[in-house]
Ligand binder design. Sequence first.
Ligand SMILES: *[C@@H]1O[C@H](CO)[C@@H](O)[C@H](O)[C@H]1NC(C)=O
Ligand SMILES: *[C@@H]1O[C@H](CO)[C@@H](O)[C@H](O)[C@H]1NC(C)=O
Ligand SMILES: *[C@@H]1O[C@H](CO)[C@@H](O)[C@H](O)[C@H]1NC(C)=O
Ligand SMILES: *[C@@H]1O[C@H](CO)[C@@H](O)[C@H](O)[C@H]1NC(C)=O
Ligand SMILES: *[C@@H]1O[C@H](CO)[C@@H](O)[C@H](O)[C@H]1NC(C)=O
Length: 340
Amino acid sequence: MLSFLLLLVAFPGKALATRESSMQLLQHKMVLSGPRELRLEKAEPLDWLHFPKCGSSLINALVHLPGVCPLLGDLTLDEELLGPCWLEVFGLDYCVKLCQEEKFSCPRNTSLPHHPMVNFSAQKGHLVGMFRDPDQRILSGYHDDFNNFAAVDYIDHLEDMISDPDLDMENCTASLRGLPKVPILEFAEGWKGGMTYQLVTEHPTTQTLDPMRPRMTQADAEEAARRVREGFAFVGITEEWDLSMCLLHKMFGGACKASDFENANPSYPGKSAELDYDTSELRGWHDDVDEVVYAAALDVFRQNLIAYNVSHETCSECYRSAGRASSFEESSRKHNLSSL
Ligand SMILES: *[C@@H]1O[C@H](CO)[C@@H](O)[C@H](O)[C@H]1NC(C)=O
Ligand SMILES: *[C@@H]1O[C@H](CO)[C@@H](O)[C@H](O)[C@H]1NC(C)=O
Ligand SMILES: *[C@@H]1O[C@H](CO)[C@@H](O)[C@H](O)[C@H]1NC(C)=O
Ligand SMILES: *[C@@H]1O[C@H](CO)[C@@H](O)[C@H](O)[C@H]1NC(C)=O
Ligand SMILES: *[C@@H]1O[C@H](CO)[C@@H](O)[C@H](O)[C@H]1NC(C)=O
């Protein structure tokens, strides 16, 4: 006791830090066999259904969950580490080496950059994903000059790139860059119902980015929405990135990290998921198929925010440990949950 007091007098900050770290150690020990670990275990192997333009950066939050990819350590997957095609390179060359097979489903076929469901009844309960307002997702896809999804004859270029055995992963989609784009409404029709398509199509080699893929109906959207409600261990909302990352950790444990919040694939420098595109560009056109899926995702998300007591207030510790002290103020200015 005396020595503690002496320490307190001499190094007040240090004593506090010591006490805090032993508290953290204690909490850490309790957490090891706590509900978060069990929940994570139950969700494994995590199976990421990655819809284009909904946030590639989710990968960093997933691979850094406790025990998922132990050999990766603290490294952040991004362009700096693996080049412009970082996500494909990770999937092709590193995922199975660094991640535990029973904890994370590595992409089965990197020729399918946004693979669909493979077998819902087998994947049910393991699925994780980010969902985005469908019209925003489409506008983001259209304005993504790096991937140039809207290039004329996009699918032919994609297939050429994929079938080229010398595909230079360093240059990635370079051959698409600068090509002229189709008109925006033609692109929008091609991407309409895209989240639905990935959710309901169980064909192992379907190229979901093909604008000529089958059209989705309202019935498909209803089935896709059911899968979102019943099959996902984690549902995040791109527009609510910060709350989504905080929720992920409240559900599955692990500390929030700066890399959870890094936008690894902005459509243009400085673009963030919280900035909305001007939908007037779509002149009244609207994706009323994926709207059904997005509404289901919002429902699940909101319910989980309540169930796990997640709000910008209760996330302040998460934001702090990720070095985002100002996030609460920024986010609360732009959004609030009643406007979601
Ligand atoms: C899909 O998964 C279920 C449950 O694991 C399994 O019984 C079924 O055979 C699988 N279907 C196909 C086509 O692989
Ligand atoms: C990548 O593409 C650019 C432009 O097309 C080219 O100048 C560069 O040499 C390429 N890099 C590699 C490593 O092939
Ligand atoms: C990967 O998908 C492509 C279609 O893009 C298909 O031709 C190929 O057979 C698939 N490979 C495997 C191993 O499933
Ligand atoms: C939610 O978190 C706040 C802040 O830590 C706490 O005061 C409140 O009691 C919690 N509510 C529930 C339902 O756990
Ligand atoms: C939250 O959004 C609702 C609906 O858009 C709005 O009426 C309210 O003023 C907003 N609250 C804050 C604090 O911005």
